[in-house]
Design a protein around this ligand. Structure first.
Ligand code: ADP
Ligand code: MG
Length: 914
């Protein structure tokens, strides 16, 4: 009998935004299953068993709850400790790779999508057990069940005989099944956030009469902003808070409560949450601190709170957070304790730091950034940035998403969501912790090149997230994106009334990859017609200090309308104290007149800051040209990412996965728990099975064997010592190149084996002449998963650091971008008369490495260094390869594919003795 599969416990969000826990059934469930069965209506029972059935016998209960999990599986859905649904499969007797599935959902919980989620998890589990197909028998009039199968995106085959459908479908992950899952996830998570952002009624547990306390400030903010529903202070010691009748506990409130803020000391929080569950509250914002952020005791407390939240189907922000707010006039929810309620607008924001959140709201007002919703996430025990992304994806009030992140809960899910959402709405992120890089101890080139930050950069790059290093930059780019369209390209016009700042702006733009094109004669002529003869009509357009409102407005109009540029930067230096307001008005008028044509940025170099006329016209204004250039460059890069095709996963149909796995497993048994490097023979077999072209080679234990091996290889050979101690063989003289003739082979054998203290024979390898040497590698990041690296230059890669990283899996576009991103890769194009390389073959190599990493999750590190890139049409040849593996523990080999709709996976202790 196999162990209880405790990795398969999930908390999931349902269609209506409620949550439930799915877990494998266990023997202790017999009583619960019995109670469940007796609650289920007779019609539902009939459709499940095709006959009336009033009870389950003890034998049936025993059969249904005692499983050999490699043969059968059943997931139960739990709500408030009771079973509310069961989905199960049994392998067919005559066809073990096919299993029959069946579902039973308690009547009160039907229509919530529980069956669909049960099917999804059963399918994932079945796949891990090598079950290839499911079969279901469904009564012809059981529409709900037929719809469930159809909506799951699986390709069905149906056959109707005697009023019963036989439905057959494969368990393999089709694109349709995946997108159905993702769609479900989006709708369900967004629905679950509604009670938090649009509550009909709010309670504040710990509302205090003291205006200095957090509970007091929060309650006052809610009142002052004019929350549109009823507000209930909860305070056992005060009958009234701020003239509002208070209740001793949330349960005493006579009317329903959607959302509760909790501002009581940590030890009382669990009790308050318990009461909220009893009251039927659906959303919680726990402000109280003293949880996982203070250490182990707090972590236990947080775990207890989370357990109540999950088992009662609520959603929770925090704990240890500053609150939430929604500026929508339909709610006017100011659920935070800071002093500022920001202006309404199209920017949604979440912050992992509460204090920073307060500062951000304060600046937002000053910087012309309007907020739609704001969330201080705190410890993110339940609601994560990923959940918020799913809510904002379809939120009509939000055009730009801002994230201040300190850590990722589930980076792979983040990558998947950001990639999709970023195509519709820009995501701007400040990720702190850039300098904590490089703590990784590694013995391969790839490992030592990859720092944590490299992974974050790769993630953001692939997902189109706009990464900013500082808060200042974050605000700069946000005020541009929130107010102006995206640039269609890199060409910028600069319009100024002073030469110096124009030149500074030109430099700042150019150094960030933007261009200042020469204007056509025609455009220059039109500009000239508005200007005095001393002005310069080239780019930057220097209107000189005498330029007045009319000149600004006319020239701005020309530049916004021309096809010769993609963006306009207007610089104004108030040379004289008078006339400033008029010029601001003129620029704002010009912007309004040509609104939406292309992005406009203003640089207003004045210590008083930007005048309000710009703010009202939605024109972002910056104090210095560098800040404006930085914002525009980020917007241009994002625009380019959005225009580029999405890239696709490449499937190779010549992969010999079984052969690679057999080779791996033959050696895996001898590998220690921390993992180990594979023998050269095994490495060769694995790479060859995946169509990765490795130079012909054989191992030899003596001079004679080396001579025999060399004779089998056409042309000159290479001898390399095999030695556990030598990580880089050539460093110690363990490699002899371009060897020809028996005597030379013998001499080389002696030399290379003498170079180390622990020779274990040699590898005799085909000598590959010419070509460019590149490195292709892979290393595993603990939170981001496999990273794939590419660089040029063999031994110099570490020194130069000219390396590109991407997170696995790679698309075709990732592979070609990785190569072009590396500066020295221009050598492969035949730089300055040098020999060009076979770039398509190199791209294919990267994609095949990604396929290998996918198929063998045991691989934790890989160094192909060097790969020799031969001239076009002649392919590549791997001449040195190392692979490190570790055993993947447990019966369940986690797929590297993200399993969607799994909102979070939690630890669950197995039943005693189970
Ligand atoms: P290590 O990385 O352990 O020092 P390599 O096997 O990478 O050892 O060999 C060192 C260098 O020798 C390579 O970077 C490459 O320049 C050259 N080399 C190795 N094998 C071959 C080969 N089969 N054909 C041509 N050059 C080779
Ligand atoms: Mg090498």
């Amino acid at each position: 009998m196999s162990d209880y599969p405790r990795d398969w416990v999930f908390d999931v969000v349902l269609k209506d935004g409620g949550t439930t826990r799915l877990r494998p059934i266990r023997p202790e469930d017999a009583d619960g299953l019995h109670r469940f069965f007796r609650r289920v209506g007779s019609d539902s029972v009939y459709q499940r068993f095709f006959r009336a059935k009033s009870d389950l016998t003890p034998e049936e209960l025993q059969y249904f709850t005692n499983l050999d999990y490699s043969e059968r599986m059943a997931f139960v859905a739990i709500h408030e400790d009771e079973i509310i649904a069961v989905g199960r499969y049994d392998r067919l007797e005559d066809q073990a790779e096919i299993a029959e599935v069946a579902f039973l959902v308690e009547d009160a919980h039907q229509g919530r999508g529980i069956g669909t989620l049960l099917l999804q998890h059963l399918t994932n589990y079945a796949r891990s057990q090598h079950i290839t197909g499911f079969r279901a028998y469904v009564l012809a009039d059981n529409r709900a069940m037929l719809r469930l199968f159809r909506d799951s995106g699986y390709h069905l085959q149906r056959d109707l005989t005697e009023g019963i459908y036989t439905v057959d479908f494969p368990t393999s992950y089709s694109d349709a099944a995946r997108s159905a899952e993702w769609d479900r996830e989006r709708r369900a998570v967004a629905a679950s956030m509604m009670p938090i952002f649009y509550p009909q009624s709010v309670a504040v547990i710990g509302a205090s009469r003291s205006p200095a306390s957090i509970g007091g400030r929060l309650f006052k903010n809610l009142l002052a902003a004019g929350f549109t529903g009823p507000l209930y202070p909860v305070n056992p010691n005060a009958p009234v808070v701020n003239s509002v009748k208070a209740y001793p506990t949330v349960v005493d409130i006579p009317d329903p409560v959607d959302l509760a803020f909790i501002v009581v000391p940590a030890p009382y929080v669990a009790q308050a949450v318990e009461e909220c569950a009893a009251k039927g509250v659906r959303g919680l914002v726990v402000i109280s601190a003293g949880f996982s952020e203070v250490g182990d005791r707090g972590r236990v407390l947080e775990g207890d709170v989370l357990e109540i939240v999950r088992s009662s189907g609520m959603r929770m922000i925090g704990p240890n957070c500053m609150g939430v707010l929604n500026t929508d006039l339909d709610v006017r929810l100011d659920g935070q304790f800071g002093p500022v309620f920001p202006p309404a607008g199209n920017v949604a924001m979440s912050s992992q730091s509460g204090a920073l959140g307060i500062a951000i709201l304060d600046y937002a007002r000053q910087l012309n950034i309007g907020i739609s919703t704001f969330v201080s996430m705190g410890n993110k025990a339940d609601v994560s940035a990923n959940d918020l992304l799913l809510y904002w994806e379809d939120d009509p009030a939000t055009d730009v998403i801002l994230l201040y992140l300190e850590s990722f809960g589930n980076p792979r899910r983040f990558a998947r969501l950001a990639r999709r959402i970023g195509r519709r709405k820009p995501i701007v992120a400040v990720k702190s912790g850039r300098s904590s890089a490089g703590a990784r101890a590694a013995s391969s080139h790839t490992g030592s090149l990859a720092s944590l930050d490299v992974a974050v950069d790769a993630l953001f790059h692939q997902a189109g997230v706009i990464r900013t290093d500082t808060l200042q930059e974050m605000f700069d780019v946000t005020s541009l994106l929130a107010n102006q369209p995206l640039p269609d390209g890199k060409r910028v016009a600069v319009l100024t009334n002073a030469g110096g700042p124009g030149i500074l702006a030109a430099d700042a733009l150019a150094s960030r990859g933007l261009e200042l094109p020469e204007f056509s004669e025609e455009l220059q002529g039109r500009l000239r017609s508005h200007l005095s003869p001393e002005a310069s009509t080239r780019n930057p357009v220097d209107m000189i200090a005498s330029a007045g409102p009319a000149q600004y407005q006319a020239c701005l109009g020309e530049l916004l309308e021309t096809d010769e540029v993609d963006a306009v930067m207007v610089i104004f230096i108030p040379a004289a104290p008078e006339g400033t307001d008029e010029i601001v008005t003129a620029i704002a008028a010009g912007a309004r007149e040509h609104e939406g044509t292309k992005p406009l940025l203003t640089v207003f170099m004045h210590s008083q800051g930007a005048p309000s006329g710009f703010r009202e016209a939605g024109v972002p204004s910056f104090p210095f040209p560098e800040a404006a250039a930085g914002a525009l460059a980020a917007a241009a890069r994002y625009g380019a990412w959005r225009r580029r095709p999405e890239g696709s996963m490449v499937r190779f149909d010549d992969l010999e996965i079984t052969e690679a796995r057999t080779a791996l497993e033959a050696e895996l048994g001898g590998v220690s728990d921390d993992g180990g490097w594979l023998q050269p023979d095994t490495v060769d077999r694995i790479l060859s099975a995946f169509g990765l072209p490795i130079a012909a080679a054989a191992t030899a234990d003596s001079e004679d064997e080396a001579v025999a091996a060399a004779a089998k290889i056409e042309g000159p050979v290479v001898l390399k010592v095999i030695s556990p101690s030598a990580v880089h063989k050539s460093d110690v003289g363990g490699v002899a190149l371009d060897i020809q003739g028996e005597e030379a082979v013998r001499a080389a054998y002696r030399t290379v084996t003498a170079a180390v203290s622990d020779p274990r024979g040699v590898v005799v390898q085909e000598f590959v002449a010419g070509g460019h040497e590149v490195i292709v590698g892979m290393t595993e990041d603990p939170s981001f998963g496999p990273l794939i690296a590419f660089g040029l230059g063999g031994v110099f890669v570490e020194l130069i650091g000219d390396v590109a990283f991407r997170i696995h899996p790679l698309t075709d576009l990732d592979a070609s971008e990785m190569i072009s991103q590396v500066k020295s890769a221009r050598l492969l194009e035949g730089y300055r008369g040098g020999e060009p390389g076979d770039v398509p073959a190199l791209e294919e190599t990267l994609l095949r490495v990604s396929a290998l990493v996918e198929a063998l999750p045991e691989i934790v590190e890989m160094d192909l260094n060097p790969v020799k890139v031969l001239p076009p049409g002649r392919g590549v040849r791997i001449v040195d390869a190392r692979i490190r593996v570790r055993r993947v523990t447990g019966a369940f080999v986690p797929s590297r594919k993200d399993i969607p709709a799994v909102i979070r996976k939690i630890r669950w202790d197995p039943p005693q003795g189970g």
